[in-house]
Design a protein around this ligand. Sequence first.
Ligand SMILES: NC(=O)c1ccc[n+]([C@@H]2O[C@H](COP(=O)([O-])OP(=O)(O)OC[C@H]3O[C@@H](n4cnc5c(N)ncnc54)[C@H](OP(=O)(O)O)[C@@H]3O)[C@@H](O)[C@H]2O)c1
Length: 294
Amino acid sequence: MGENMTKVAIIGSTGQLGSDIFEVFGEKALPLSHDEIEVKDINSCIKVLKDVDVVINCAAYVKVDESENNPEAAFMINAIGARNVALVCNEKKMKNVYISTDFVFDGNKNKPYQEDDQPNPIDIYGLSKYAGEILTRNLSLPKKYYIIRSSSLYGEKGARGKGGNFVDWMIEKANNNEVIKVVDDIVMSPTYTKDAAEMVKNIIEKKLPYGIYHVVNQGHCSWFEFAKKIFRFLDIDANLFPIKSDELNRKAKRPKFSALGSAKLNSFGLKMRNWEDALKDYLREKYLNRKEVI
Ligand SMILES: NC(=O)c1ccc[n+]([C@@H]2O[C@H](COP(=O)([O-])OP(=O)(O)OC[C@H]3O[C@@H](n4cnc5c(N)ncnc54)[C@H](OP(=O)(O)O)[C@@H]3O)[C@@H](O)[C@H]2O)c1
């Protein structure tokens, strides 16, 4: 690593977002897989987190429905893990970056949530992440922290904790000629991890004021509209039908409208591109070998 570079440790570097963050930082990065660090264990954090300027914590328990039956797992990683990382960052004077989620909101606002809106999680996963945010905020003294909320991520690697991502699942189902039912009453901001990773780097390198930032591709849509766009861009004639979220009988409640707005980020002149352009790029890069898509 060059002498004057900001050195960055990435916890969860094998994950969907962590792997793209590792990629954008390149030689400035110290990638930390789950084999190398256990965020639940303060001693592991003390031993491994050192000799860097910034720690980016992408480790998470991301199984939303399973969290309802296993709140201990969600809280141990998303909250206690965040506490352990914050304590070590504070002790060793490293900046702490905690990746969070749109699921900290209840979904009742019906307009994009901005960085200064009040969280009110309605499921265990969202609650455990909000607890992680509070621990990050209150323990990363003297306030050297960023909480970066993103939403509905898709990236080259797929979420390890979920066994993939929505875009890849849609394409796989269509290739298998399955009847595909997708909810049209939940609205969010689909976000390409490559774009999110670039913005995380920007926030750190441009030394934006500490605090909360929303890092999502601009605009929003329902999951059904998102699926429709995937198939349109790939010119796939899928058996796609809208359903209501109640019909799925899922364990966890989900916010009905969790689109994020990035007013604070925008106020510093930083802007993410539109979700449809980001999706086109992802599909081009992963599925079309860089051929043009409409
Ligand atoms: N996926 C989404 O749609 C979404 C939406 C909004 C926000 N987020 C947030 O974005 C972040 C990254 O999510 P992602 O989609 O990249 O998930 P992911 O692919 O499952 O990545 C999580 C990473 O953390 C590692 N990890 C898990 N438990 C750990 C532990 N106890 N100690 C150390 N490392 C551990 C995992 O390694 P192993 O797999 O080897 O355990 C994996 O590398 C999370 O904070 C998540 O809450 C995700």
